[in-house]
Write a protein that binds this ligand. Structure first.
Ligand code: CA
Length: 344
């Protein structure tokens, strides 16, 4: 049995609704024997799959946190067939501070997986998720937004996993989320991600990028709420009808990918970034998409930023200030054949 420093009075096998905490030793100057309490809700009713739904993996991404808190309050056990585990703010210290990274150890939760039992706070939380929550879950929803630094057209996303059966189930879940964009990702962000850890275990794993810029976008929140419910209905965890985009008078989910590093445009300099376009604009390779202004050299011409690939601008820089190397735009192209990498 794997050990953990996390203690909880939640019994994952108990029927009904439990609201409690994951408690982690948090010894500090002001509280020698103190604990960090991370809220968790578990709703179990009879047989059925288990869905783990988390947000606040990055603390400055708020739509998912609000979506899960509302679900945690409203869901009643008799509505559920199976088990739903809800954690609105996984990196709790980061969420309390409204920061991407944890103020306790400076770590990025979504680069800390699989985590370490005797690591720092963020790593201890990741270790618990890896060894105690992922193994008992069938479906994992990790709700992200653009955070303070980025803004997205709200999208559901997934990785291109190689197992055809897993891929097919994930793609169905992605589409049933009914977001404006379905984003098929090859990761450029680095290693240590929650979703990659879950994918390795063969789980059905879906993420989101819901608006961002450190706000709670009403449009993105609605998409998250409808999408999360749809996924739970799709897997039989809730009864009810899936709310399609068509039934809301909206065009179908547009399936896109950004497979190349050139699809991620980085700022060439420090300064103020001026985007020439709003999200959702179609741009061509070589087209100027923005420019960086130099605050202390008004006599200098701004430095032009060009798209390095054709595509739909699905993401852009949130705040005006940029540093060299900051992502200022992401270009995506339509997926021609979403089944093309399934080995039949
Ligand atoms: Ca994120």
């Amino acid at each position: 049995m794997t050990k953990t420093q996390v203690y909880t009075d939640i019994d994952y096998d108990k029927e009904g609704k439990q609201q409690g905490y994951l408690r982690i030793p948090h010894s500090r100057d002001s509280s020698g024997w103190g604990n960090l309490f991370i809220p968790i809700t578990v709703i179990k009713n009879g047989r059925g799959p288990t869905a783990l739904i988390v947000a606040g993996n990055h603390g400055d991404e708020f739509e998912g946190q609000v979506c899960i808190m509302k679900l945690a309050r409203s869901l009643r056990p008799e509505e559920v067939n199976g088990r739903i585990i809800l954690i609105p703010a996984l990196n709790f210290p980061a969420a309390k501070a409204g920061k991407r990274l944890s103020p306790v150890d400076g770590k990025n939760m979504n680069r800390s997986f699989p985590g370490e039992r005797q690591g720092t706070m963020t790593s201890i939380i990741a270790h618990y998720v890896t060894h105690f929550l992922l193994p008992i879950s069938d479906i994992i929803l990790d709700l992200h937004s653009g955070g303070y630094s980025m803004q997205f057209i709200p999208c559901a996303l997934m990785h291109k996993v190689e197992n055809p059966d897993q891929y097919k189930k994930m793609l169905e879940a992605l589409l049933v989320f009914n977001a404006p964009i379905g984003f098929l990702m090859r990761e450029v962000a680095g290693e240590g991600l929650l979703n990659e850890e879950a994918e390795k275990m063969g789980k059905i794993v879906i993420g989101t990028e819901l608006a961002g810029s450190g706000q709670v976008s009403p449009t993105a929140l609605k998409i998250a709420e409808v999408g999360t419910r749809n996924v739970l209905i799709h897997f039989g965890l809730l009864n009810g009808e899936i709310i399609t985009r068509e039934s809301q008078g909206l065009p179908p989910t547009r399936l896109v990918e950004s497979p190349n590093r050139k699809d991620y445009v980085m700022s060439p300099a420090d300064g103020i970034y001026e985007s020439f376009y709003e999200l959702g604009t179609e741009v061509k390779k070589g087209q100027p998409i923005g420019q960086v202004h130099f605050l202390d050299r008004v006599d200098w011409e701004p430095e032009e930023v060009r798209a390095e690939s054709d595509g739909l601008m699905i993401c852009r820089r949130g705040p005006g200030l940029v540093e060299r190397g900051d992502c200022v735009a992401v270009m995506a192209r339509d997926v021609k054949n979403s089944g093309s990498w399934i080995k039949e």
